[in-house]
Design a protein around this ligand. Structure first.
Ligand code: PEP
Ligand code: MG
Length: 600
């Protein structure tokens, strides 16, 4: 190693936000240096400043519209739409206007003050989701300020093949990076659920976020490795490191090509076990991508997104149209349409939630909320029953915690049927109805609940949260997120057994399904359907095709005997690492609940 290498090489740890390895010269974006003039204006300038402010709002919205029109991915467009809506926020606008009018601040100063106030508020929020929305506000403020000052923020234009290093990126930036051919992203702020991380994952750009000290250390042109598998940033790597990683990157790309090639074929083990792989979707626009990735239909359609970021309640007709659209795009495959799962971390302005709710995850959410907001629930159920005439729709109710709750949900469905009948509207008579198993209570009584439904789907994201008492939004306790904890494994097994005895399908649609380390155990426990974010499907399918059902059962039997999560992890990770090193390195695109640590 030369002196220069020894002096310059640096390594940073961060959060592995999007898997893959990117190597290239850094392109450092440091936009925090916008100068905000603090000019006190005269009274007769107030009107002109108000006009400058309003013109910049219009122009910024247009800039976002232009970027949005170039995006094809539904989720990305949705994020930009949400940002455009933030620019219409009456509180923000009125506050800025009053700072100009009453405090005689110039437009730039007033925008900076008003947005800083919002940022401060978001920063103090307990909820990680709200804290992370702060980055959206900060970027909007930045765009507004540049626009007022007559600069056009435009799109980032890094050279092809570079690694973008930034304090933070907004979704508009991330989308333009994809087109620019950027091979990696490293940011100082951001978490697993921040919008840029979500986007990087779906655009398949390797990303590491939450890395302290990046901007101060890295200069444009420095050679940087973004290791999105292990959450590492290496600046000025040694030649040996570089050779090793370049080799790894080439293997990674070749692997990607291979699994993509067969993605349309079913996932059947060599001894004939078919594991159905379906897609989890938040909005119908993503379906085309899911089918491309080889999804055998939709295993979880998160319909609550239809209620978010809007001013009016969706009508029966909108529900009908949305479900019909999803069915048409998924045909001939089935669509498991989850009735709205609002509350807790998925809030909507359309409903009032008790501000004093100390523990919203245990509060008025999901099916409980639907039963309280009966008219809203009935409108959705009517829309779904009507849409089911057009294809294989399955209705799934989230977050059931008792038989009575399930009966009340079924009762609402019967009422929706009657209402349609009375109105003389056509509806499907044959719609399978299922539930999500997300609470320990539901898992432990799955045999009882199974008697009343046509299918069950295990939502491990919530099941783990409630079984292991770990807040899924809280990074500090992510190390306790242990899908192989004996409590979780026993519950999953219990549900699979209940389904087998009752002869109804049991699927699993939590993030765990997207992680190749768990595929054998889940299939071995009796899970025959797995639903995951679309980009994970080709890897999981390929792994299943290279497996035998017998081996899966053997591993599951061993795991059922393990006395702790660590013991189970040792057995499973050793087996899976030995058999599928490439699949595991690839991570199946499952950056969301990745463990840190050696076993990765
Ligand atoms: C789950 O809880 O596992 C699930 C799939 O639902 P969501 O992530 O939408 O809560
Ligand atoms: Mg859930």
């Amino acid at each position: 190693m030369s002196d220069r290498e020894a002096r310059d090489r640096q390594e940073f740890e961060g959060v592995a936000a999007s898997p893959g390895i990117g190597i290239g010269p850094a392109f450092v974006v440091d936009r925090r240096s916008i100068q905000v003039p603090h000019t006190r204006i005269d009274r007769d300038q107030v009107e002109a400043e108000q006009i400058r402010f309003h013109e910049s709002l219009v122009s910024t919205r247009q800039q976002l519209e232009t970027i949005k029109s170039r995006l094809h991915h539904g989720e990305h467009r949705q994020i930009l739409k949400a940002q455009q809506m933030m620019l219409r926020d009456p509180d923000l606008i009125q506050r800025t206007e009053s700072l100009i009018r009453d405090e005689l601040q110039c437009a730039e100063w007033a925008v900076a003050t008003a947005t800083d106030e919002v940022l401060e508020m978001l920063d103090q929020a307990d909820n990680e989701y709200f804290r992370e929305r702060g980055s959206d506000i900060a970027f909007l403020a930045e765009r507004l300020l540049m626009t007022i000052q007559g600069e056009h923020p435009g799109e980032l234009l890094p050279p092809r093949g570079s690694i973008v290093v930034a304090h933070d990126l907004n979704p508009a930036d991330t989308a333009s990076l994809y087109r620019a051919g950027v091979v990696g992203i490293a940011t100082v702020v951001g978490g697993k659920t921040s919008h840029s991380s979500i986007m990087a994952r779906s655009l398949q750009i390797p990303a590491v976020v939450g890395v302290d000290g990046l901007i101060q250390t890295i200069n444009s042109g420095d050679l940087v490795i973004v290791d999105g598998v292990h959450g590492l940033i290496i600046v000025e790597p040694t030649p040996a490191e570089l050779a090793g990683l370049e080799g790894e990157q080439a293997r990674y790309d070749a692997f990607e090509l291979r699994v993509q090639k067969d993605r349309a074929f079913k996932a059947v083990t060599d001894d004939g076990l078919h594991v159905v792989t379906r897609a989890n979707l938040s909005i119908s626009e993503d379906l085309a991508l899911a089918i491309q990735f080889g999804a055998e239909g939709v295993g979880l359609y998160r319909s609550e997104y239809l209620f978010m970021g809007r001013e009016k309640m969706p009508t029966e007709l909108e529900h009908y149209k949305d479900a019909k659209r999803v069915l048409r795009k998924a045909a001939p495959h089935p669509v498991v349409y989850r009735t709205f799962d609002l509350g807790s971390d998925k809030q909507t302005k359309l409903l009032s939630f008790d501000e004093r709710e100390v523990n919203p995850a245990m509060g008025m959410r999901s099916l409980r909320l639907a039963l309280r907001e009966r008219d809203m629930f009935l409108a959705q159920l009517r829309g779904l029953l009507r849409a089911a005439v057009h294809g294989p729709l399955r209705i799934m109710m989230p977050f059931v915690s008792s038989l009575e709750e399930l009966e009340a949900g079924l009762q609402a469905l019967a009422e929706a049927r009657e209402q349609l009948q009375e109105a003389g509207m056509p509806q499907s008579e044959d719609v399978p109805v299922g539930i999500m198993i997300e609470t320990p209570a539901a898992a432990m009584t799955a045999d009882i609940l199974a008697e009343r439904v046509d299918f069950m789907s295990i939502g491990t994201n919530d099941l783990l949260q409630y079984t292991l008492a770990i807040d899924r939004e809280n990074d500090d306790v992510q190390y306790l997120y242990q899908p192989l904890h004996p409590a979780v494994i026993r519950l999953v097994h219990q549900v699979a057994e209940a389904g087998r005895k009752r002869k109804i399908p049991v699927s699993l649609c939590g993030e765990m399904a997207a992680d190749p380390r768990y595929t054998w155990v889940l299939a071995g426990l009796g899970i025959r359907e797995m639903s995951m974010h679309p980009s994970a499907i080709p890897v999981i399918k390929d792994l299943i095709r290279r497996s035998s059902g017998e081996d899966m059962k053997k591993l599951a039997a061993q795991v059922l005997k393990a006395r702790s999560a660590f013991e189970a992890e040792r057995i499973v990770f050793e087996t899976m690492h030995a058999r599928f090193p490439e699949h595991l390195d690839h991570g199946g695109g499952s950056g969301v609940f990745r463990h840190g640590g050696e076993d990765e």
